[in-house]
Write a protein that binds this ligand. Structure first.
Ligand code: ADP
Ligand code: ZN
Ligand code: ZN
Length: 751
């Protein structure tokens, strides 16, 4: 750092005293950079690209990132304001990160200042200098392991476990890691009071690999299939290549990740692992921690601002050897990145669905390409985009077709609900299968992707339905909380007992949600414990970890839940998976609905029979003959995916064509469609326009909403068209009366 400054100092002295100008990315919704004058007094040492400065903007002070320095400007002097101050700490954004974010802003047609804003930890976006002390990490004290374990009471098994985790990791373990592993503060304090562990501030030096940083204990001998992938990646080391690992659930993808990482780490390079929002389970983290004795840093929604800043800085300084995080971890400025892994690359949560709508997987591929390093995408149900890239040899394609170890894949079958008597939406076949499974003392997982007690209540006399006025959609009944909640806008009110139209008191729930299912299962199987896992039951911090732990300890026999249960978790004793109500996706207007349904079904099914016991999956449907369901059940995901790809090709839909979705909404009903309609006159080369059409939910939270899709078979044409579209929208008379946004490569058409 000081050397750099010295060099620039000499340059400044030889220059004239005229002020310089800088272009700054500011956290405002416009797509431009802003030019400011840099007073000479502020320019020693010389301002660097990537630094943050405080500037005046519309009567406020904002922190912006310097993206260019110039000795002159075409703007007239009276238009230009002066920089107020420089943010002095030592974290200018690296050039590679600036290039990356700038490319993203062009690709996604999103305001550059907002992207820089989202890429920075909150504490680095503020005017005041944050607390720059470094996070402490926990270490075992000098006591021998035996002595230490003897001083922990036999009943405090969690304390003993915690001690071993900390003792094992000689680079120290942070509180966010321990919390993610399911430990609580009291356990930590107990060990500290016994002087078995101590807190130390660490020096964030670049990590160096040592021979014994790899723990051989539980390193598995790879199957031939796995070994091929690892060696392919080892050969791609040090240059860009993208690999798709298409491996059925339980085929040992994680083991492949771990062994691929060895070579990168041994080369003193950092590894970035991107997981879906709820993909980082304690078991997964624990496998990383056990395998590598190197600093691991986390980046996910359960971290506070200081913890995020710590991860960011540890990455920046090259101290973090492994960074595991959700999509925005792609913005951590890892100083010496050697490998990127994206787990569950198909997962919709990798795509940010508001403001800056980027896809974490695609951004990760771009980053790897710019850094010239390999990237590994893994999934049991690859997205059709990635699968097509693999089939057309843009990606290296690797398959794992067998479950690892001695476990076998579950068998899937369909239950025709037209042929059966249903109680609370559950068929006799399913009930019998649950009974049989419970008799064998094995666990059952019942999947229903709808939380609450019932998705609507209506009047038995006049058929009135309790609707959310802001969305014109039924309220979901939450019996336990005695609430009616709108799942679209979170509007809620106390439960009502009288029809608002005819005054009758005969109000009844319609349909089933997880809360009701839990209640019925508990009635039908009174000798067994039922546990529900969804957003409602896991709202309290640490609750999910606790419930999952209880499931592993076999405290519960029946697991009811939404897609929260579908992802990442291993339930070795679950041998029956029941899937209720998938039919909605079969007749959806959204061309991706079938793909997403298939992925969800296969992921849920993958929870069954993870250990040595064979699993069974029952799918209840009103349309068991539907070709999509038949194909999936009889021929598996890969066949289904290839069929679906052929259909997409025929219709020139993604991944064979490219789309941008423009959303527009306003409180006044005719404005959004009027604004979008005007785009039809633009005459865009090699592009066609679909719309405007009302969104599936035409009204939400008081806003009227419309869609328009611009599509093309050529990305370039689409990109050029979008420049014109955006310029047009920005200058339209309705632009300030309508909220509109641009979504490149949209995944979700529900809004
Ligand atoms: P995935 O990530 O594909 O779901 P995992 O890597 O979690 O699969 O592996 C599933 C199970 O198989 C784990 O319990 C893991 O320890 C085991 N496993 C993975 N690879 C091997 C192997 N080569 N030999 C034996 N067991 C393995
Ligand atoms: Zn009524
Ligand atoms: Zn609503």
């Amino acid at each position: 750092m000081s050397e750099k400054h010295a060099k620039h100092d000499t340059a400044t002295t030889s220059a004239t005293n005229a002020p310089d100008y800088i272009d700054v990315a500011l956290p405002v919704p416009t797509r431009q950079l802003y030019t400011y004058e840099l007073p000479t007094a502020l320019n020693t040492p010389e301002v660097q690209v990537g630094e943050r400065v405080v500037v005046p903007f519309a009567g406020r002070q904002l922190v912006g990132v310097v993206l260019a320095t110039n000795t002159s400007t075409a703007l007239s002097a009276d238009k230009i304001k002066a920089v107020i101050s420089r943010v002095s700490e030592q974290y200018p954004l690296p050039a590679t990160l600036i290039t990356f974010l700038t490319t993203l802003s062009q690709y996604y047609h999103h305001a550059i200042g907002d992207i820089f804003q989202q890429a920075l930890p909150i504490l680095l976006r503020q005017l005041d200098a944050p607390d720059m002390s470094f996070q402490t990490r926990w270490f075992a004290t000098a006591k021998s392991e035996d002595e230490a374990l003897n001083s922990i009471s036999k009943s405090a098994t969690k304390q003993a476990e915690l001690y071993q985790v900390i003792r094992h990791n000689q680079t120290g373990t942070s509180w966010p890691e321990l919390r993610t592993l399911g430990f609580v503060k009291q356990q930590l304090t107990a060990l500290q009071n016994k002087a078995l562990i101590e807190e130390k501030e660490i020096v964030p030096e670049p990590f160096r690999w040592h021979q014994d940083d790899l723990n051989q204990d539980n390193r598995l001998k790879l199957s031939p299939e796995q070994a091929i992938v690892v060696s392919a990646l080892n050969q791609s080391h040090q240059s860009f290549s993208c690999h798709l690992l298409d491996g059925i659930t339980g085929s040992g993808k994680t083991e492949v990740y771990l062994q691929v990482m060895e070579k990168t780490l041994a080369n003193d390079q950092q590894v970035l692992v991107i997981v879906p929002e709820i993909g980082l389970t304690p078991q997964t983290l624990s496998r990383f921690e056990h395998r590598f004795n190197v600093p691991i840093y986390l980046h996910h929604s359960a971290l506070n601002d200081k913890e995020r800043l710590d991860t960011w800085r540890a990455a920046y300084r090259g101290h973090a050897a492994i960074i595991i995080g959700t999509r925005s971890a792609i913005f951590t400025p890892a100083h010496n990145l050697g490998l990127v892994i994206v787990d569950e690359e198909h997962d919709a949560s990798l795509k940010q669905q508001d403001s800056f709508r980027y896809n974490g997987r695609d951004a990760a591929i771009l980053r790897a390409r710019q850094l010239n390093i390999p990237i590994l995408l893994g999934s049991a149900t690859p997205s059709l985009e990635s699968l097509q890239n693999a089939l057309s040899h843009k990606f290296h394609y690797h398959q794992l077709n067998k479950r690892a170890g001695n476990s076998v894949q579950a068998s899937m079958s369909l239950v025709d609900v037209n042929q059966e008597h249903l109680t609370a939406g559950v068929s006799e076949t399913v009930k019998q299968a649950i009974t049989d499974t419970l008799k064998r003392r094995e666990q059952v997982l019942v999947f229903l992707n709808r939380r609450g007690y019932a998705p609507a209540i209506n009047c038995q006399e006049c058929h009135w339905v309790a609707d959310c006025q802001r969305c014109n959609k039924p309220f979901t009944l939450h019996q336990k909380d005695q609430l009616l909640v709108c799942h679209h806008c979170a509007n809620q009110k106390r439960i009502i007992h009288q029809c608002e139209q005819c005054g009758s008191t005969r109000l009844a729930p319609v349909g089933q949600g997880t809360e009701q299912l839990e209640q019925h299962l508990a009635e039908w199987f009174p000798d067994h414990s039922v546990v529900r896992i969804d957003r409602d039951s896991t709202r309290r911090k640490g609750e999910l970890t606790k419930l999952l732990q209880a499931i592993h300890n076999k405290e519960h026999d029946i697991l009811v839940g939404t897609q929260m249960l579908a992802k990442g978790h291993h339930f070795p004793d679950v041998t029956l998976v029941v899937i209720l109500n998938v039919d909605g996706a079969l007749f959806s207007f959204d061309f991706r609905a079938a793909e997403h349904m298939a992925q969800l079904l296969v992921q849920v099914a993958g929870r069954a029979g993870r250990a040595s016991k064979p699993g069974k999956v029952l799918i209840q449907s009103q349309y068991p003959q539907h070709p999509l369901l038949q194909d999936l059940v009889n021929n598996g995901y890969r066949h289904f995916a290839q069929q679906t790809l052929a259909e997409r090709n025929f219709a020139r839909l993604p991944p064979f064509g490219y789309q941008v979705l423009i959303r527009a909404e306003a409180k006044y009903p005719s404005y959004p469609s009027k604004l979008l309609m005007a785009l039809n006159h633009l005459n865009l080369t090699h592009c066609n326009i679909v719309g405007p059409i009302p969104a599936t939910m035409e009204k939400k939270a008081g806003y009227y909403r419309y869609h328009l899709i611009v599509q093309s078979e050529q990305r370039k044409s689409l990109h050029h068209a979008m420049l014109r579209v955006i310029a047009f929208l920005e200058n339209h008379e309705l632009t300030n009366k309508v909220r509109w946004s641009v979504d490149v490569d949209p995944l979700d058409f529900s809004w």
